[in-house]
Design a protein around this ligand. Structure first.
Ligand code: HC0
Ligand code: SF4
Length: 571
């Protein structure tokens, strides 16, 4: 271990640790703006400059190694006044209209202004436009999922890191050196770039320059007007992350609190996307078996189709892979279709002669994009991220943290199994499909396929006797690597791709976090739901069985289910 002192107090850290790690272990604190544990430190914001006894100049703590015997000073008068000047410099180029900013209350710049008490230095006039880069597109609202308001950009580069970690590179630096501004390739509107709407950039942006398209205001308007009957669905990965916004430990399972909060917001029917995750497995597992037996068109290996960032990637970059994509709609879109045409909608029509207003709560920004795809348009009226839901809850002063964790979903469209719960984690869709396919083939054996679990970027492979090898890919960058040669075509029967590292629980619409173990913690929550579920296989979901009897001629891949639960893709 390395022994050093921070502001006079002894601290021990492991070899390789940075000064910032040491400071975090101590009672001291230095602010950071451009640092995130997922990426290499760039030290451009200069907020974490510290002095070291005997050293001539201050150094950035984020990227300077801790060494034996160092005596670090974090808070000298000079350092504090340097930080305040630096902040003032940023504020001079910033619109400073927090009152209208979606990031307000969840913005590192705003927090720092308060922490460093530089409110007085705030320019009185809001300055629209970026004086250093008037030529670049500042306001880009062309994407159905992501808004760019670049006059709020503080040039920390975390969005560039995020997009490059995804190997998409839709945004990059316009210039090197001073005055770097992240822009799209050729300064095109985002919708005309290779952006797949994954939202990883919005997850890392410390301010309000990159955000999910805000739809929560119009949903609140509908709820307030009470003119429409509303149906809301909530995704597998939302329930293990929403609590973070209200002080719960990451991974805390808040399903009951979430249901209660949605009812208090005024939603008339609170339903579970997990119900439709079970339905998805019924279609997708049977689709796989029919492709294997040659009864159905479509190539092997079959790719999962529930991740809209992945679908965007294939359509934009690899249309040759379309025949490999499962035609099964995602749970969100199946749920949208059944909300629009199924039993709840029928009842609403009988009582009010109206159509319902349908909302989904997702950990994902690309789900906004998915809901307006040609084959889906109209089923879902608004898609909100987990972060947007948290804003609504705060806006309505609902005391989420003190709500009992006992709310239950409506029935129908509320029952789900452990197989549905694990959709929220990388490998989960595959594991859920295996549980059903293995039973259909009479393979028996295990419920758990632990080899496909895990949140790190990369590819996990397992081989099932009597079936073949299957792979789960965590992050689009890892999928791009896997697809770079043709090996995969021979090796696997089925491949799950999740765009975001860790799967939906690492989605671009989840709460922002600087915790390096955040994905692990949320994953534990997901598998806890599964292991404590009474029913753990999708085909044993009673509500799903009844839905097949009532709407889909009693079986998956029937004529009726092909019409409502499957989709097509186009380059
Ligand atoms: Fe997912 Fe889904 S599991 S994509 O990650 O399949 O967003 O949580 O809702 O639709 O169920 C996201 C999460 C979903 C869908 C489901 C799938
Ligand atoms: Fe890149 Fe994803 Fe952001 Fe698009 S949404 S710019 S692909 S990180």
């Amino acid at each position: 271990l390395i022994h050093l002192k921070v502001d006079g107090h002894p601290v021990k850290v492991a070899p390789g640790a940075t000064m910032l790690d040491a400071i975090k272990k101590s009672k001291s604190h230095v602010p950071t703006l451009c640092f995130h544990p997922e990426f290499d430190p760039k030290a451009v914001c200069r907020m974490c400059l510290v002095d070291v006894k005997g050293w001539q100049k201050p150094v950035p703590a984020c990227r300077t190694k801790a060494e034996d015997g160092q005596e670090i000073v974090t808070n000298s008068k000079e350092l504090i006044s340097f930080r305040r000047r630096d902040l003032q410099f940023l504020l001079n180029r910033h619109p400073n209209d927090c009152m209208h900013c979606e990031a307000s209350g969840n913005c590192k710049l705003q927090d720092l202004v308060q922490e460093m008490e530089v409110e007085d230095m705030w320019p009185k006039k809001t300055s629209r436009g970026s004086p250093s880069h008037p030529e670049h597109t500042l306001h880009d609202h062309t994407s159905p999922s992501i808004y760019r308001d670049m006059d709020k950009c503080i040039e920390c580069g975390l969005c560039v890191d995020a997009c490059s970690a995804q190997k998409i590179n839709a945004i990059g630096f316009a210039e090197r050196g001073s005055g770097m501004l992240p822009i799209t390739a050729f300064d095109k509107p985002l919708k005309d770039t290779g952006c797949i709407s994954c939202g990883q950039c919005t997850l890392r942006c410390p301010v309000g320059a990159l955000i999910e398209r805000p739809d929560w205001h119009r949903v609140l308007d509908v709820l307030d007007s009470r003119r429409k009957v509303t149906i809301v669905q909530t995704a597998p990965a939302t329930r293990v992350a929403i609590g973070e916004e209200f002080g719960f430990e990451p991974g805390t399972v808040s399903t009951g609190r979430l249901v209660n909060a949605l009812r208090m917001l005024g939603f008339d029917h609170v339903t579970d996307t997990n119900f439709s995750a079970d339905l998805t497995i019924m279609e997708e597992a049977n689709e796989l078996l029919e492709r294997v037996s040659g009864k159905r068109e479509g190539k092997l290996p079959m790719f999962t189709s529930c991740c809209p960032g992945w679908i965007n990637y294939v359509e934009i970059n690899r249309p040759d892979l379309i025949p490999h994509l499962s035609t099964t709609k995602s749970p969100q879109q199946m749920h949208g279709a059944i909300s629009r045409y199924g039993p709840i909608a029928k009842k609403i029509a009988e009582e009010t002669k109206e159509e319902p207003y349908i909302v989904s709560i997702m950990p994902c920004t690309a789900k906004k994009d998915e809901s307006v795809r040609p084959g889906n348009r109209g089923d879902i009226d608004a898609v909100l991220t987990t972060r947007e839901l948290a804003k609504m809850i705060r806006h309505r002063k609902i005391p989420f943290a003190s709500l009992p964790n006992d709310g239950v979903f409506d029935s129908p469209m509320g029952e789900s199994t452990g197989a549905a719960a694990i959709f929220g984690a990388s490998g989960g869709v595959l594991e859920a499909a295996l549980r059903t396919a293995a039973d259909a083939l009479g393979l028996g054996g295990t419920v758990e396929y632990k080899g496909v679990r895990g949140v790190d970027r990369g590819v996990k492979v397992i081989t099932i006797k009597g079936l073949g090898s299957v792979a789960a890919v965590s992050s689009i960058g890892s999928a791009i690597e896997l697809l770079s040669d043709d090996d995969w075509k021979e090796k696997y029967l089925m491949i799950e791709v999740m765009t975001c590292p860790g799967g939906c629980l690492g989605g671009g619409g989840e709460p922002k976090s600087d915790d390096p173990d955040i994905l692990q913690k949320r994953m534990r929550g997901i598998y806890h739901i599964d292991s404590t579920s009474a029913i753990r296989k999708s085909h044993e979901n009673k509500e799903v069985q009844k839905l097949y009897d009532d709407m889909f001629d009693g079986k998956p891949l029937s004529h009726a289910s092909e019409r409502m639960l499957h989709t097509t893709y186009a380059p």
